[in-house]
Design a protein around this ligand. Structure first.
Ligand code: PBG
Length: 326
């Protein structure tokens, strides 16, 4: 017999022991479900590059939220799909209190006061330039954008948003949004900052969903360079000092090291956004039967938790909730 005193396999010998020593679990409490909202009634259109994910009109969105809540999901992040004719340079529609987005938020909070609603603050869904900030002479202007973002956040908070999610990457936005919320009496409204948001190829399907791709250039003067981590620490430092309640890393899968690094260095909960392209890759390969989609999905989400995220925004939220229920 071999003289082996340490046999790690002993802790893997059956399911009960494996479960007892399992360090990370995926639960419905970890998940935020991003959803796409569209105009009209009884409207449901599937996003080509995101099988199983739809743009829903408010009435159908309410039904979908109800069915998700029955599965134990509590938190929903909404993105509006705005028709081209409402888009302009200043994202005016984003400040319209009677617009699609605030109206839907109001209805959801009326029907389901206990549902937690996270909103998106950035100009791109409403911008004729398809950029997250205000564009002048081909440049994305930082400080001119901040004023618009702060107003957008107030419109959303008035509608009933519980968590404001600035996804724009302008400098100073968390601070100005926090100040504006507080001045208007919304001291209880949280901010989940898109702290380390990289200029990523993984956002493609999302831009299809909202028809929000930049009309010129790219987002590299505001979103981060995928090669860098120090910048993520700098952004996290700023966001924490400006009053963020959660620090988010986005995308998730290619940035597990960044998630870990923020979790090791900051005493705020870390969120990770498992983005549209990450979802699309798994679905596409699974449709071809090249991978087992459910297994790969769970492995990816668990890896994001293992890296240190306590909250995961994922288009898989509902199917994970369904599979956990079984
Ligand atoms: C833009 C925004 C993007 C996503 C969320 N908010 C895309 C972008 O920066 O162009 C991407 C989410 C996803 O890919 O799932 N403010």
């Amino acid at each position: 017999m071999a003289q082996i005193t340490h046999r790690p396999r002993r802790n893997r010998k059956n399911a009960a022991i494996r479960n007892a020593v399992q360090e990370n679990w995926l639960t419905v409490n970890d998940l935020i479900f991003p959803m796409f909202l569209t105009e009209g009634k009884n409207k449901k259109s599937e996003i080509n590059s995101m099988p199983g994910i739809y743009r829903l009109s408010t009435d159908l969105l309410l039904k979908e939220i109800e069915s998700c809540m029955k599965l134990g999901l509590t938190t929903f992040c909404l993105f509006p799909s705005i028709s081209d004719k409402l888009k302009d340079k200043k994202a005016t529609e984003g400040l319209n209190r009677k617009g699609l987005y605030p109206s839907a938020i109001r209805e959801i909070k009326k029907r389901f006061p206990e549902a937690v609603i996270m909103t998106d603050v950035a100009m791109d869904p409403y911008s004729s330039d398809g950029h997250d900030g205000f564009v002048k002479d081909g440049k994305i202007l930082n400080d001119e954008t901040l004023d618009i973002l702060a107003k957008m956040a107030i419109v959303q908070a008035e509608a009933g948003a519980d968590i404001i999610g600035p996804s724009d990457m302008m400098d100073g936005r968390v601070g100005i949004i926090r100040d504006s919320l507080d001045e208007e009496g919304f001291t209880d409204v949280s901010i989940m900052s898109y702290t380390a948001k990289y200029a990523s190829g993984f956002y493609g399907p999302f831009r299809d969903a909202l028809d929000s791709a930049p009309k010129f250039g790219d987002k590299k003067t505001y979103q981060m360079n995928p090669a860098n981590t120090k910048e993520a620490l700098l952004e996290a430092d700023l966001d924490m000092n400006e009053g963020a309640d959660f620090l988010m890393v986005k995308p998730a899968l290619s940035y597990l090291d960044v998630i870990k690094s923020l979790n090791d260095n900051f005493n705020l909960p870390i969120a990770a956004y498992n983005v549209s392209g990450e979802y699309a890759m798994v679905k596409a390969a699974a449709q071809k039967k090249w991978i087992d989609g459910d297994k790969v999905r769970d492995e990816i989400l668990l890896s994001i938790k293992r890296a240190g995220a306590s909250v995961i925004l994922t288009y898989f939220a509902k199917e994970v909730a369904q599979s956990l229920k079984k």
